[in-house]
Design a protein around this ligand. Structure first.
Ligand code: C2E
Ligand code: CA
Ligand code: CA
Length: 711
């Protein structure tokens, strides 16, 4: 028998040696080189059967190498390797094929010995005669499945499920789990779904199997949601992901049955994510689009699984109504070493986000990958580092531990921030007032959840400073990543008997958005309550989220940076950052924005007559009167010297200017006649402006101020 020879061209000696070792282990003889001329020499003399060529080398262009080999009409079997990512490898393989080369396959880096063995083995099982080959053939035989066995297994309900957790990249808390099918053959042992799923697909068994998966998974979902423990509230917002084969997309009846199963288990379709591979969706784009749109309309969430491995254009896919993109694990697993992988991930995240889709990364095997993905803005993470696929009982245990762990982290952080048991602060009160006003609700709260209670940092329409944790709606909100809404508490089993519902304030409607610390932990919630039931639209959610970001910014508040030293008001920078945010939120909503620009007329005279400290005194008093008058107004700031600004969302409170005038007058006549503060105000209102931005507001207000001064 002739010896099979493999020649490896790779500038990385370590990888080259690793490949050579595996090759030798399979019984091939291997040679390694890192320069093209050497490669050509060995090729001519040694006449290898296999060539393994690295696509990216510092002083050589891999594609040119392929072109050269094509011109030489080399007939050895070619394997292309690279860390460049699947897409590029596939492109290179196609181009090599077009050059007339025999392309055996591609090998992504980092080098995976098994993938390599599979490639060679697929080709050599017929002629290689060595221990490894024999062993592999034996394994293959053991795993040779016949359809009737699988059919029997399905009929006997031998297929069971394991569940793999999916967590938020930001807060680390559980957001959902994926159901994965398992089969343990009585004699052949564990059989990978990668084997039996395709078999089921090819033999018309997949729909029966899928239906069983749904039966089991929905039953499990119902079980954990109705658990009597405190876990119930945590489990309420969890999403269940289930894999759907391409073949099933033709079967409308299957989805009808899935819907019925949801009803019988009291699971809403929007608690489900149907995972489809990219190729499945693009098999028959027109029909898929049709069916997928219908599923979306019924409430199901849809995810593109293994994204990035297929050949379909991203744009074609994004026209489909997906709610999530799952970055394929090959990119995630190589993200630390491969710049290409990182670029692909980054592009997927940007594209998905621009289309309002969530991004999940699978195959997170270490903390480094998790951190990297988190920094890149990925939303969800799944992988061995977070949790392996687990049997139901083990999964429940895992969730308990995970909740405890997350809550401990959260509490540590919350206590560290020193927000609990503090005095009310204007900065927060202005936001709760704004919230109540724009949503037109009875109650708005900023609350933080500690071990046993809900501490209310700021409230409108609610007088208690704290409640028990167990009765707080916000305790549910912090268990979720997203906004939590109860449109009508009387229709909600969890809340119908809640003390806030059965007695004052008789809450009928609740909506809350989790407040995150910068490091990701959920501290509490910005929430709305109302005495009548209500719907909460997608645009309401966006608005509440934006306002929550403003609360988060206040938590980051740093007196040293944000405060005017003399008056304690916001300084110019801090004002402008907040004003910008308010404009971004409210200009598109066509809310009127009013700016008042104040200037003391006699500041210089006061200093001249009574000295610097009298000037300071005037500034301090004026700023106090200003913030006392504009308590309901969003921003009050000192810009510079004797110039102040007030920014107000919506129509300004009637009489505030008159009240200020009265307050200043009273102050001048009784408290401090010698200072006799005089001021002028200029007003700008966004309703009368074409381009509404901060600069224009300043400009209009300033013009108005000078008109008043000159009178
Ligand atoms: P998938 O949908 O991409 O599922 C993810 C696979 O990645 C699972 O393999 C999971 O165990 C594995 N995985 C998760 N985290 C990591 C990690 O950190 N590192 C690595 N190396 N792997 C990780 P599994 O369970 O063997 O499933 C393989 C494939 O079989 C699935 O890929 C899916 O396409 C298919 N499959 C499994 N269950 C079903 C099912 O019920 N229906 C259908 N249609 N397909 C299924
Ligand atoms: Ca999947
Ligand atoms: Ca996948």
């Amino acid at each position: 028998m002739t010896e099979l020879k493999v020649l490896i061209l790779d500038d990385n000696n370590l990888t080259a040696r690793a490949i050579a070792n595996v090759a030798e282990f399979i019984g091939l003889s291997a040679k390694v080189t890192s320069d093209f001329q050497g490669f050509l020499d060995i090729l001519h003399e040694w006449k290898p059967h296999y060539l393994i060529v690295d696509l990216i080398m510092p002083d050589m262009d891999g594609v040119e190498v392929l072109g050269e080999l094509g011109r030489m009409q080399v007939d050895a079997q070619l394997i292309i390797t690279s860390g460049a990512g699947q897409q590029l490898l596939h492109a290179a393989a196609r181009s090599a094929g077009a050059h007339g080369l025999n392309v055996l396959g591609i090998l992504p880096k980092p080098f995976n010995p098994k993938a390599f063995r599979d490639l060679i083995n697929a080709e050599t099982t017929s002629n290689a005669d060595n221990a490894f080959g024999q062993q592999l053939r034996a394994e293959n035989q053991a795993n040779t499945l016949n359809v009737s066995e699988l059919e029997q297994a399905i009929n006997n309900h031998e297929i069971y499920l394991v569940y793999q957790p999916k967590v938020s990249c930001i807060s680390g808390s559980l957001t959902g789990f994926e159901a994965l099918a398992r089969w343990h053959h009585p004699e052949k042992g564990f059989i990978s779904p990668e084997k039996f799923i395709p078999l089921a697909e090819q033999n018309g068994l997949i729909d029966d199997l899928t239906l069983q998966v749904f039966e089991k998974a929905l039953g499990f979902m119902k079980q954990i949601q109705n658990a009597k423990s405190s876990l119930r509230s945590y489990n309420r917002g969890l999403l269940l992901s289930v894999n759907i084969s391409a073949a099933s997309l033709k079967n409308l009846g299957l989805f009808k049955k899935i819907e019925t199963l949801c009803e019988t288990n009291q699971i809403k379709p929007d608690q489900l994510i149907l995972e489809l591979t990219e190729t499945a969706a693009m098999d028959d784009p027109v029909m898929s689009l049709d069916l997928l749109t219908r599923l979306r309309l019924r409430g199901f969430r849809l995810s593109i699984d293994d994204f990035g491995t297929g050949f379909s254009s991203m744009l074609a896919l994004v026209r489909m109504p997906f709610s999530e993109v799952k970055v394929d694990k090959t990119f995630v697993m190589t993200s630390a070493d491969s710049r290409e992988s990182r670029l692909v991930i980054k592009a997927i995240i940007e594209l998905a986000h621009s289309l309002n889709m969530q991004v999940a990364a699978e195959g997170i095997e270490d903390n480094m990958a998790l951190e990297l993905l988190r920094k890149m803005g990925c939303d969800q993470a799944q992988g061995y580092f977070i949790g392996r696929p687990m049997l139901p009982e083990a999964f429940i245990e895992w969730t308990k531990k995970s909740y405890q762990h997350i809550d401990l982290q959260r509490l540590k952080h919350l206590h560290g921030l020193g927000l609990l048991d503090t005095e009310p602060e204007h900065r927060y009160d202005r936001l709760t007032k704004l919230c109540a006003r724009v949503f037109n609700v009875d109650i708005s709260l900023i609350s933080f959840i500690d071990e046993n209670r809900q501490w209310i940092k700021s409230s409108l329409g609610f007088s208690q400073r704290q409640t028990e944790r167990s009765v707080a709606f916000c305790n549910q909100t912090i268990a979720q990543e997203d906004i939590f809404v109860v449109p009508d508490t009387l229709l909600d089993r969890q809340y119908v008997n809640n003390i806030m519902v059965t007695s004052a304030p008789y809450v009928r409607f609740y909506a809350g958005c989790p407040i995150h610390a910068r490091s990701g932990e959920k501290l509490g919630a910005l929430c709305l309550k109302h005495s009548k039931p209500r719907e909460f639209s997608e645009s309401d959610k966006v608005l509440l989220k934006q306002l929550t970001e403003m609360v988060e910014q206040e938590i980051e508040y740093n007196p040293l940076l944000d405060e005017d030293k003399l008056t304690g008001l916001l300084n110019r920078d801090a004002f402008e950052r907040r004003a910008q945010q308010l404009l971004t939120i409210f200009v598109p909503l066509k809310k009127n924005i009013t700016m008042y620009y104040f200037d003391l007329n006699n500041y210089k005279r006061i200093i001249h007559a009574h000295g610097i400290s009298a000037g300071d005194e005037a500034i301090i008093h004026f700023s106090r009167l200003l913030s006392e008058t504009f308590t309901d107004t969003e921003l009050v700031a000192r810009l510079v010297d004797d110039e102040f600004v007030v920014l107000c969302v919506g129509d300004p409170v009637a009489n505030s200017l008159k009240n200020l005038a009265d307050a200043v007058h009273y102050y001048n006549s009784t408290v401090s006649p010698h200072l006799n503060i005089e001021y002028t105000v200029g007003i700008a209102s966004s309703h009368s402006m074409v381009n509404i931005d901060l600069q224009s507001l300043y400009m209009y207000a300033d013009t108005d101020l000078h008109e008043h001064k000159s009178i």
